[in-house]
Write a protein that binds this ligand. Structure first.
Ligand SMILES: Nc1ncnc2c1ncn2[C@@H]1O[C@H](COP(=O)(O)OP(=O)(O)OP(=O)(O)O)[C@@H](O)[C@H]1O
Length: 395
């Protein structure tokens, strides 16, 4: 029953006053791509261009061999703008947008009827889909008699029953409560993968990328800043936004011998050898001092460090659990002074947010988080083990 999966190729530019979206993104047939980014980065705009709801200033959108949008191309190629309802693209947003006067079954059957299926087979298929999304027995109810999660299940059934060439998901879980969201996320993952549907999901929530997608694209200010397999991008982010999304620390800087010069000083990295003399370069006092070397220069970088030339732009990454906090300056490399912004609960302990741009995170066990010195606004010393500091070329 399922239509063969089809890929998407979009290269579009949208100009809107101060905002410009300029992205080129391909999604292979049967692949699920998550598009993440801060507010107003252009995620929905991109989705709407693919759906045919927004006309780009210039660019093309193809699904398989079919050109759905073409605008402002050089040469004699005429402009194309296929209407949204003729694109074979399904769109599922946070609002299920069900017809209030139709039952759940009729809501799902409606799209199938519009696609030319007769009433009997359309109802039959609609019932099958309601079973697939866990709604056996509620087909006769109208949306007002269904919970938010159940309504979203109906919307998923309606979207997938139509066998779209491509399914676009715009924050599909944003309106659901904490109990319904994981269930619907799992259902979406099973059904989108089970049908081999090519999909693009826009979300603020990294879990959506982890659970639903194969690849992730990170947008910032209308521009693509990272793109790759979820496992790679999320485990080794190269931008502060992605790092914040996955709850890790990331500092941009420049290679400086065996370390990296960052906003908190020179951090020695995994693959470089930590220095024996912590006082070698002088530690910063007061505000972070980017000129200070936080340990003495070490031996040349070992095999663990990527090949970033001295002075080259790069990022360092370290987990919050690799950051220790002290009341007084500790011995050893990679110590720097910082101001506590606030404390919050974390799995198995306390997460401390340290002021700065970007802010840094430290995850402490409860016993380490005791003491008057550890309070919002207080000055503390942080230390990161060089073996836990990972270096990557700048994105
Ligand atoms: N219809 C519109 N007319 C003019 N500008 C718009 C319109 N829709 C969005 N914008 C602007 O385009 C930019 C990108 O918005 P978009 O909704 O695509 O971002 P987003 O990443 O989806 O944001 P959010 O996560 O907040 O939903 C923003 O500056 C927004 O104000």
């Amino acid at each position: 029953m399922t239509a063969p999966a089809t890929g998407v190729a979009a290269a579009v530019r949208v100009e809107r006053g101060h905002f410009t979206l300029d992205v080129e993104l391909d999604v292979s047939a049967g692949e699920v791509l998550a598009v993440v980014g801060p507010n107003a980065s252009g995620k929905s705009t991109f989705l709407h261009v693919v759906a045919g709801l927004v006309r780009p200033s210039v660019g093309t959108v193809r699904v398989g061999e079919r050109v759905l949008t073409r605008r402002g191309q050089r040469g004699a190629e005429p402009d194309v703008m296929v209407a949204p309802e003729h694109r074979g693209i399904g769109l599922l947003g946070q609002d299920p947008l069900l017809f209030p006067h139709l039952s759940a079954t009729e809501n799902v059957a409606f799209g199938l009827r519009s696609a030319g299926l007769r009433a009997g087979p359309a109802r039959e298929r609609a019932r099958e889909w309601l079973t697939k999304v866990g709604l056996d027995g509620v087909g006769d109810r109208r949306p007002s008699a269904l919970s938010g999660g159940q309504q979203q299940r109906v919307a998923i059934a309606r979207a997938l029953a139509a066998e779209p060439a491509v399914l676009l998901l715009d924050e599909p879980l944003a309106a659901l409560d904490a109990t319904a969201a994981p269930q619907i996320r799992q259902l979406l993952a099973e059904q989108v993968r089970g049908t081999g549907t090519t999909a693009v999901v826009v979300s603020h929530d990294v879990l959506d990328a982890v659970v639903l997608a194969d690849h992730v694209a990170v947008l910032r200010d209308g521009t693509l800043v990272e793109r790759g397999r979820c496992a790679d991008v999320l485990s080794a982010p190269r931008t502060a936004f992605t790092a914040a999304l996955v709850g890790t620390n990331l500092l941009a800087g420049h290679r400086d011998g065996t370390g990296v010069r960052t906003a908190v000083g020179v951090l020695e990295v995994a693959g470089g050898r930590a220095a024996a003399d912590p006082a070698g370069g002088g530690a910063p006092t007061g505000e972070p001092d980017a000129t200070a070397r936080l340990s003495a220069p070490a031996a040349p970088a070992g095999r663990g460090a990527p090949d970033v030339p001295d002075g080259g732009a790069c990022v360092v990454r370290f987990r919050p659990s690799a950051v220790e906090l002290f009341e007084a300056r500790p011995d050893g490399p990679n110590a720097f002074e910082a101001t506590v912004r606030w404390l919050e609960p974390a799995t198995g302990g306390v997460r401390v947010r340290l002021a700065g741009a970007p802010e840094l995170l430290a995850d402490l066990e409860p016993a380490q988080a005791q003491g008057e010195w550890l309070r919002p606004g207080g000055r503390v010393w942080a230390r990161v083990d060089p073996a836990a500091v990972h270096l990557a070329p700048a994105a």
